[in-house]
Each structure stands twice: as C-alpha cells, then as structure tokens.
Design a protein around this ligand. Sequence first.
Ligand code: ATP
Ligand code: MG
Length: 304
Amino acid sequence: MSAEIPASIDDTAAALLARDYVPDRQLATVVYLALKLQRPLFLEGEPGTGKTEIARTLAAMLERPLIRLQCYEGLDLAGAAYEWNYGRQMMEIRLAEREQGVSRDALAGELFSERFLTQRALLQAIDPKRDVPPVLLIDELDRADEPFEAFLLEVLADYQITIPELGTVQAKAPPIVILTSNRTREIHDAVKRRCLYHWVGFPDAKRELEILHRRVPGAGEELARQIVAFVQRLRQIDLYKLPGIAETIEWTRALMQLDALVLDPEVIQNTLGVLLKYQDDIARLQGGEATRVLEEVRAAARAG
Ligand SMILES: Nc1ncnc2c1ncn2[C@@H]1O[C@H](COP(=O)(O)OP(=O)(O)OP(=O)(O)O)[C@@H](O)[C@H]1O
Ligand SMILES: [Mg+2]
C-alpha cells in the first residue's frame, strides 16, 4: 500500500525534508494543495533547480511508482500514450485465415482489443487496473511540439484517454501529475489552467547551504559556506547560463575530490567547467573576475 498524503503544509515540508529535498514555503504549499485538491502541478523554472527531483521525491515519499514521460521534439500519441501492435495483429490475421469459421467482424473486434495495445507512459499512469495511483512526471514539456499539448488536455482534466477503436479509459483514482518546463517556449494557457503553477527559482543562500549539507554530507563547513556564497554572487553576474543547484552540488563534489578546504583563485579557475557550461561564461570569469568575486565573498564573510 502507499503512504498517506500529508495533512498540512508543515507535514508536507517535513516529509520532503525527510527525503533530503529542501523546499521553500511556497513550494511546500503548492505541493500540499496539488495533493489535496488532486490537481496536476506545473513547475517552470531555471535548469537544475529541483523540478524533476520533486517528482522523484514525491514518489518515494508516498510510496508510489514513478512513471516518467520525457518530452522531445516529435513526441506523439504513439510515443506518449499507446500504440497498436501491428506485428501481433498481422500474426493474428494469419492465424485466423487458417482457422475455419472466424467471422470478419469478430476478428476486427478482437484485433482492436487491449491484448494488442502497447501502453506508453500516459496510458500506464491511468490504467484502471492499477491498485495504487502512480506519480506521473511529464518532464520538459517545452521540448514537445505544441500540438502535443492539446492531446494532454483530456489527461490533465479528467485523467482519461479516449482511444477511438476501444473507447475511453479512465483512471480509477487520479495519479499525482507533475509537469516541468524550462520555458524555452511558453506552454499554452489551456494546459496551465488545468494545473497549479509554481515558478522554481534559485534558492537563497540559507536554503542552498542546507541542500549542500544534505546532498554532500562530507563537505567541510567552511568550504560549503564559501561555495554557496560564491555561486550566489555568480548568479548576480550577467552570464549566459547561470549555475543551478545541480552545479553547486557537482562543484562541491569536485572540490572535495581535489582536497580543497577553502576556495582559492587557482582551484576556481581549474574547475570552472563544473559550474559553467558555456565558453563565453568561462572566459568572462577567467582573468581577474573570479578573483574579484572571491574577494567579495571573503569580505562579506568577514563583515557578517
Ligand atoms: N530543493 C532541493 N533540495 C535538495 N536537492 C535539490 C533541490 N533542488 C535541486 N536539488 C538537487 O539538484 C539536482 C538537480 O535537480 P533536478 O534535476 O530536479 O533539476 P531540474 O530543475 O529538473 O533541472 P533541468 O531543468 O535541467 O531538468 C537534484 O538531483 C538534486 O540533487
Ligand atoms: Mg529536470
């Protein structure tokens, strides 16, 4: 059986924290409401800020299976929901031809029955034969083409899919649906209207430090503090791609691997590629800029 839905915002925050996910108050609130109201949750935000992770965490926390639909350009019904298994249908036709007295109508009905249907993520998630409704993650919806969104509407509004040859399949109990987008394009209003919406921004220093403590427990206190302060300052610079939480975690692991106890200009220069993934951004920080940011971090530490 699955675990109970949390009874309050505080409970939701505590349950996420128990799985090493550090939410802010707004995120805990919207997650609590999505669970209580049984509404899909649409998370938009910067890369590497914990959007995908929230679905994984919810699945673990509520002891539900996680079904993931990774969106991509060209994703269609066959990739996302279901597909008729033509190979097996052909075989069935051949077998029927050899048998005597199989009527055409009976065969046609048989060919478009569930036996010949291949379920993909969306149909799996609403399968009425499921005992426990899963967590359905529709990840990076902005990568799919716009027409795909229209198809999602039925799933999001009624937790059902209509298959022309078969009829309407509806979930016995609604799955927990999380949609994410990096906002490379706007998602249609009709999709958003069916969901609760939350913008996942970068964390403040306090929360980022807490995330580091939980995700990289071996990191020294001074190093972790400096890393967070440094990354927070970097995010105020006009870079092409700002580092997310994922990058902060990776950088910490890299610096530990190099036995760094504190930040210094040289180790920063040598590891910038863990934090920044665009040559222009890296070039910008080379030379004096990284050292200047580090100086600011040190000065702020002395002052505070
Ligand atoms: N609030 C948080 N608490 C704990 N860990 C977090 C949090 N946010 C992010 N992380 C960590 O950051 C990593 C990256 O998060 P995730 O993959 O969910 O980002 P994302 O927003 O889906 O990024 P992208 O848009 O690039 O897919 C996670 O594996 C997790 O370890
Ligand atoms: Mg993601």
